[in-house]
Design a protein around this ligand. Structure first.
Ligand code: 2AM
Ligand code: CA
Length: 264
């Protein structure tokens, strides 16, 4: 299987679907919103985009199955499965804000082998394939070389349904407000992750996320030289609903802080 070739095809289809998403945004002042659950919104744009992505990916790799946010296809592949978020950052999209992104990862058995995040607002496509490095619009990217949390820009997302851990989470905010360069909350986890990959952020953490929010971005961070784990330093960050992603130099200190505060 030529992963580089597949990766470029996935970038191209993301740009095509991204153009549809941007056009819908510009031509509809009021996007019709459905409520899926508490604070959980979806639009016709999420659903139509996912259908377009699933149709195109089915042609690229017919044997692969899908884990997709809007459940367009529930086909399961024996070896290969695509993990798809057709629109990460739906709340931003609905409110006319950026960033919002398409996130697509390919899983071989239990391992991610390819990831594409297309951030539509700035027309930036980030991608990586196994052992091939990570790229932004055709140029190789790397995590930043900052060594200390005090010089780090930290990104996170606010809890939106699991409020049981809100107190320790707020403590982490206080800690990083005081001890880092600053804290940002962009509203698209896939974008936060690829911004770690290209060195705009040193660190990102969030809990309560789903596999489609993180699978592609976390893989791109690692191909760009960064490190990813759950809140105890283990590997359960795709299905485990908690993730830390950092440049390789601040990772250990960052993990110690999160471990201490979030597991209290
Ligand atoms: P989504 O737009 O694809 O749903 C922001 O913190 C991150 O959490 C985004 O990646 C967003 O992905 C995800 N998320 C999922 N449900 C959310 C919700 N109800 N409110 C805010 N973010 C949500
Ligand atoms: Ca989504």
């Amino acid at each position: 299987m030529n992963l580089e070739h597949i990766c470029i095809e996935v970038c191209n289809l993301s740009k095509e679907v991204g153009l549809f998403i941007r056009t819908e945004r510009l031509s509809n002042i009021n996007i019709q919103v459905e409520v899926k659950g508490l604070h959980d919104f979806v639009t016709h744009v999420d659903k139509t985009s996912e259908q377009k992505i699933v149709d195109k990916l089915s042609k690229i790799l017919p044997e692969a199955g899908f884990i997709a946010e809007e459940n367009t296809s529930t086909k399961k592949g024996d070896k290969y499965n695509w993990i798809i978020d057709p629109l990460d950052g739906t709340t931003n999209f609905i409110h006319g804000l950026t960033p919002y992104a398409i996130s697509i990862a390919l899983k071989e058995n239990d391992e991610i082998i390819l990831g594409v995040v297309y951030e539509i607002g700035l027309d930036e496509y980030f991608y990586a394939w196994k052992n091939g490095g990570a790229y932004l619009n055709g140029n190789k990217i790397q995590v930043s070389d900052k060594k200390e949390i005090k010089n780090s820009l930290v990104a996170t997302g606010f809890p939106y349904y699991d409020y049981k851990r809100i107190k320790p989470f707020l403590e982490t905010l206080e800690y990083f407000m005081v001890n880092s360069h600053g804290v940002r909350r962009l509203g698209s986890a896939a974008t936060d992750l690829v911004y770690v990959a290209c060195g705009r952020f040193e660190a990102f953490y969030e809990y309560g996320l789903s596999p489609w929010d993180v699978a592609a971005g976390a893989f791109i961070v690692q191909e760009a030289g960064g490190k990813v784990s759950d809140f105890i330093g283990e590997k359960n960050y795709i299905f485990g609903k908690e993730i830390i992603a950092c440049n390789n130099l601040v990772f250990d200190d960052f993990l110690i802080s999160i471990k201490q505060i979030m597991n209290n």
